[in-house]
Ligand binder design. Structure first.
Ligand code: PHE
Length: 454
């Protein structure tokens, strides 16, 4: 995050610094861990395509809308709505975003804790003689041990709180600048290994050959939810990040880059996981039931097949940890910025309070996964993910679009976007999407929510 100047706010050092920070927020466990699970749950390739369409038509539209609101007002979400429409009640949409970030952080950091646990497990010999059964059993044992998983969760929450309390996000982003491209290269490498495993083709077919009969509202709804989740939309993160961008910069190409790189990482995660999974003897797509541990159970199998697997394993889990931390940091920054800007709290106090709150809220999530890693809708973890990670992101995203179209206006929004982007060739498409396609699609999917969750 930009260093704050005397006025209390800063701007990004350069366009690339902003793209990296926003991509750092976006690329994380959402793409690497959650996307492959959703693909498994929703029956494979149809979902992959629905997700890509959701990113292109709705995610990109929404991201540009949030960045424009943020840059225009130079404020956190609550302050931003209030600045454009004072005393109108719209600020409550900002409050909803603040609550959502805390709720998502609470269980997201549990998963980031698993990444931490896998780092030391790798160092202590996780990859020795690993098979699908032993890998699955290892994950289940790990999360079923409350002390170990709570310890890992606490470590990640502690690091996140520390980074935010010192306001040193720019430090970690400097790190991420080097490590994220490295993650990307490592993933291409792993994808290549996965695709050349004997029997990989069954996984490729599951992942890339859509059976159109599988398309339904549920698939579309969760594709939309995943697009918002992976792009950090619908809760004010991109409004906050946009508030640090200067008017010379091109919001359109920045949003495009963030959407593209995030989708690519998610796509690669699936390309690694599915061929590896279905190259396992006896595991067929029909018999397969994705669990919350899918990525943790599968990645070690492909890494073990590389010469020097141990080192690749350590590297992978370090990079995964950094990807997760740049996201947990962005989740905590929104409510902290809110308390600092609107209630004049000191940064360390705000960070400690909200970090502590998220930790307490995350304990039932961590324990519920210990009881069962199945994706049932009854566990606390799964409930949090459904309510906050899908429904509230969609509601928040819809709110932002309605606000932009009817309460701010397409005209001033376009003026904001054109500053720094004189030739906005996608303009007619964006205007159509922001006015009709995106809000209607979200609304219709939300109306069907009963059939989806029932
Ligand atoms: N987009 C990030 C990720 O996918 C972090 C995030 C998660 C942001 C959920 C908002 C909601 O990992």
């Amino acid at each position: 995050m930009a260093e704050r100047e005397e006025s209390g706010r800063g701007t990004w050092g350069s366009k690339i610094a902003f793209i990296l920070a926003a991509a750092g927020s976006a690329i994380g466990l959402g793409s690497l861990w959650r996307f492959p699970i959703m693909v498994g749950r929703m029956g494979g390739a149809v979902y992959v395509f629905a997700y890509i369409l959701a990113v292109f038509f709705i995610g990109f539209t929404e991201m540009l809308a949030e960045l424009a609101i943020g840059r225009h007002t130079q404020k956190n979400p609550v302050g931003a709505f209030e600045a454009i429409r004072p005393r109108s009640g719209w600020k409550y949409l900002g409050y909803a975003g603040v609550v959502t970030t805390i709720a998502i952080l609470s269980y997201y950091a549990v998963v980031a804790g698993w990444a931490f646990g896998y780092l030391y497990k790798t160092i202590f010999g996780l990859f020795r003689n690993i098979t699908w059964e032993s890998s699955a059993a290892l994950f289940n044992r790990f999360v079923a041990n409350p002390w170990e998983s709570l310890f890992c969760f606490l470590v990640v929450m502690g690091i996140t709180t520390y980074i935010i309390s010192r306001g040193v996000q720019s430090g970690i982003e400097r790190f991420a600048k080097i490590l994220m491209p490295l993650l990307f290269i490592l993933m291409i490498f792993l994808a290549f290994r996965a695709l050349t495993l004997p029997g990989a083709s069954r996984g490729v077919a599951f992942y890339l050959k859509p059976e159109l009969s599988k398309i339904d509202v549920k698939v579309l709804f969760f594709a939309l939810g995943q697009a918002f989740y992976s792009l950090s939309l619908g809760m004010g993160i991109m409004i906050t990040y946009g508030s640090y961008i200067s008017r010379e910069e091109n919001l359109v190409s920045s949003a495009g880059w963030v959407c593209f790189s995030t989708t690519l990482v998610a796509f690669l995660a699936g390309i690694i996981i599915y061929p590896t999974l279905f190259a396992t003897p006896d595991l067929t797509p029909e018999k397969f039931e994705p669990s919350l541990g899918l990525m943790f159970q599968t990645i070690p199998l492909v890494i073990a097949k590389l010469p020097g697997g141990f080192l690749f394993g350590v590297l992978f889990f370090i990079l995964l940890q950094v990807a997760a931390l740049t996201s947990t940091v962005s989740l905590l920054e929104v409510p902290v910025a809110f308390l600092i800007d609107e209630h004049k709290w000191a940064r360390p106090k705000a960070a400690l309070f909200l970090g502590g709150l998220s930790f307490l809220l995350g304990i039932p999530s961590a324990l519920s996964v210990g009881a069962s890693t199945a994706l049932t809708r009854f566990g606390f973890f799964n409930k949090m993910d459904l309510i906050f990670g899908n429904i509230l992101l969609a509601v928040g995203g819809l709110g932002v679009l309605i606000f932009l179209v009817y309460f701010w206006g397409i005209k001033p929004a376009l003026e904001e976007i054109r500053a720094g982007c004189p030739r906005f060739s996608l303009e007619p498409l964006w205007v159509f999407n922001v006015r009709f396609l995106a809000p209607l699609a979200i609304l219709i999917l939300l109306i069907f929510i009963k059939t989806i969750t029932g």
